[in-house]
Design a protein. Sequence first.
Length: 368
Amino acid sequence: MEQYYYNRMNKIEQAVYHALYQGFLNIDEEIQIPRLEGEALYNVFFKLRLDHPEIFWATGYKYKYYNDSPNLIFVPEYLFEKAKIKEHQKAMTARVEKITREAKTFSQWDKEKYIHDFLCESIHYDKLKKPYSHEIIGPLGHGVGVCEGIAKSVKVLCDALGIWCMIAVCGNNPEKGIKYRHTWNIVKIDGQYYHLDVTFDNTLGNYEKKENQKPENKTPRNTSGKNKARKAEQMDFRYDYFNLDDKNIFRDHEPLLYPAPACNEGGHFYYKEKKLSFTKQEDVKKRVLQAAKKGKLLTFHWRGGYLTKQVLEELLEQIAEAGKERGKTPHVSLNWSQAVLRVRYTEEPAPALEPDVNMEEANEGEQE
């Protein structure tokens, strides 16, 4: 388990962190800590919960002190009463074990993908923003969450499967219409750091989520070989934000509020791993012809230089020509920030004009 933020605190902050951690584990009503106030105290409290998302019951606090005392009395605010916390804690421990059991022998990359797919399949964004949706109990217990709860769930599952993981946080930007700060993850796969934003991928996937299916029954099945690939295609998972480097993630993410490891390598980016990241238009033409012939959905990444308007028009021409050759109509969705296109062909005769393009925008789930 990576205590990323703890390892970058000074001695006083670490002392406060340790006291709070023990107090939360004991579900204490009051915790004596070294005197630390205002923003400094909030940052320790907030970062502790990023390092330890398994402590899902401590969501706020008050404090009191005497002027001549070197300590504070920290008064936690808990989501539930003590008996209920212990009950939920036991349930969450069993839940994490059940989810991760099947993936324990997977490679690091496949473990990461397993976690990504499980959460994308299981979670609906909670627009009401219930308090528990910011904690692991929302996504893992109720199947709902916001970006903070989703990122915390990724970390808990990565911790259980032995993957180095931390939670990254960026601020809001009202001028761009970004109302809330955003959280996602940085993972370490085969010695390299990568950005992983399950929330953004989840907003791009248009797969059907079965209603009335309880979260405890949503553990992925048959996640190896052909069955694994077939399920991902049927569920229409997206991987636009699966193992990005710094250059690409910050095309549509705000700057980090707290320092994080540099992600300078993109070798394990999903579409590159799956040979779906193209640098030549003839390769695009070849793959869209196959997709048109077989009637399969094709999602691919363009890395043959910047995806300018001219390059996009040229790619759309290739997609349209493939449809004409197969007598089918192309439908295209585009995540322009990440240069990812999704192409689907239907049986209607292909029109003479270029296909219409649906502009996709990954977000925290605020938009439909």
